[in-house]
Each structure stands twice: as C-alpha cells, then as structure tokens.
Design a protein around this ligand. Sequence first.
Ligand code: GDP
Length: 300
Amino acid sequence: MFDNLSDRLGNVFDRLRGRGALSETDVREAMREVRVALLEADVALPVARRFIDAVTEKAVGQDVLRSVTPGQQVVKIVHDELVEMLGGGEGAQAEDLNLAAKPPVVIMMVGLQGSGKTTTTAKLAKYIREKHGRKALMASLDVARPAAQEQLAVLGTQVDVATLPIVKGQQPVDIARRALESARLQAMDVLLLDTAGRLHVDQALMDEMKAVAGVSAPTEVLLVVDSLTGQDAVNVAQSFSGEVPLTGVVLTRMDGDARGGAALSMRHVTGKPIKFAGTGEKLDALEAFHPGRVADRILG
Ligand code: GDP
C-alpha cells in the first residue's frame, strides 16, 4: 500500500531531516518535490495544491524554521495535513457504520461494475455480525449483470449471512421493497442492498439509485470504488456524490495500490469519510480506515 509515494516522500524528508538549519527556500523546494510526488501518485490536482499550500504556510513560520529540529517539525506538519486530507477528525480514528437507526438499518452499496461491490457487501455483512453482533440480511438488486444475484447468494453462504431469495424478473425497486419487508419480518438488525453497477456512470444508473434510495430510506449509502483506478476513481466519486446522498466510501484493492491517489483525494471530492479499505479477495480482508494509521504508513 502506497509504496511508491512512501518512497518518494521518504527521500524528500530524509534530506530535510538531515540538515541542521532550514531556510524558507529549502522548505519551498521540498514542497515542490512533494507536489510532484503527489501528482505522480495520481492525487487530484486541487487536492495536491491545497495540501502544499497548507503545509507551506505552517512550515515557513519562524518558530518552525528556528526550532532545534526544523526538518522534524516540517515532517510533523506534513503528517498532520495528511491525516486531515484523509479525513481525520478527532484522534484521526476510523468512522464506523452508523447502525443507531431503527432496525432494519438499511445500508445501500453503490458503485461501478467490477469495483468490488458484491464482495464488499458480503465482507461488511460478516463485519457487522462479528464486530457489532448484529444480524444482517443481504439482497442483490443487480438485475443487469447475469448471475449477480446468485454471486451474492454464494458469498452469503460463505460468510453465513442470509440473502433474500431470488425472484426472477423483479425490478430493483420491487426487490428493495421485498427485502425491506423480509428484513422486518425476520427482525433483522441490518439490511444490505447490493445495487446494480454499470461499466460507466450513466443517468439510468443514477435514476435507479435514487429510486432505490427513495423506497428504502438508507441510513448509509456507501460508494465502493477501486483504488487502483486512480483519477478515474475520483471522477466516479464526483459523479455519484452529485446524484446520491453518499455517507461514506469504501476503497477496494488497497492491497495492490502503490500510488494512493484515490485514497488521498476521496475526502476532498466527496466530502465524506473513507470508512473501509478492501485489502484482498478473502472475505475477511476488510479494514476500518484509520486516517492516522494510513498517514503513518505513507510516511513510513
Ligand atoms: P462488483 O462487480 O463491483 O460487484 O465486483 P465484485 O465484488 O464481483 O469483485 C470483482 C473482483 O474483485 C472479484 O474477483 C473480487 O474478489 C475482487 N476484489 C474485490 N475487492 C477486492 C480487494 O479489496 N482486493 C482485491 N485484491 N480484490 C478484490
């Protein structure tokens, strides 16, 4: 995770730390290198720019440059800004699911085809049972992709979580209604709706998402995006967040993401926290996203 970015930043900061005194020019020079490293990591341009401005403003202050360990201080400022960029608030902790609403709490999963949405739905159902001790029902509303509903049923068996019986020919909104009814009857705590994806964002998809949200009143709407797609992931997030009321983001394939651009841009683009990271194909490869820990990892 973030290996390339981590190496690049590591080099810049090793040099800064290695010097006894720092001038404003040294800081600005280092920040130019950081900017390039961020852009090469596929961080969205406005996000990189804002980051550099914030760090520079704090780092060229006299109390930093005149301190005994100016390099160290600059690295600390970078760390704190990274946490901020990753969405860290109080204590830079992970933001968990909001399960406080009246049950069944509806969690709607949205995203493009291939983003890892169905896998993540099953991972979350397992997480909800193991970490929260809550009973979940999963339902696939994906009538577009052949065998999508069966795929969720198979995953449900693997994680030992119930799935809504498949009724062929039913439309997404009707499946959502039936799922809600079924979750109520079975006194489920949580209902996870795995919505249909598309290869690209289109209006029909957005209309479907809005209609499903309309009948299911989700407490959480989680956007699942593939971190490996970098700038594309950012564009997808922008499109979705303009149309459906997202409450959070799940970044998948973080296990293979050496660059980190999507992770670093997501908060700025959506205004919503990254709640989880998918870190593998296995159904327990889901981690709560801790901005503080991720920043530590990036800075080595
Ligand atoms: P969907 O079309 O969005 O529902 O995508 P799927 O859930 O079917 O996932 C597509 C592929 O990505 C599957 O082979 C998953 O095993 C894989 N996948 C999903 N999440 C992750 C992840 O976090 N890491 C890795 N390495 N693979 C993942």
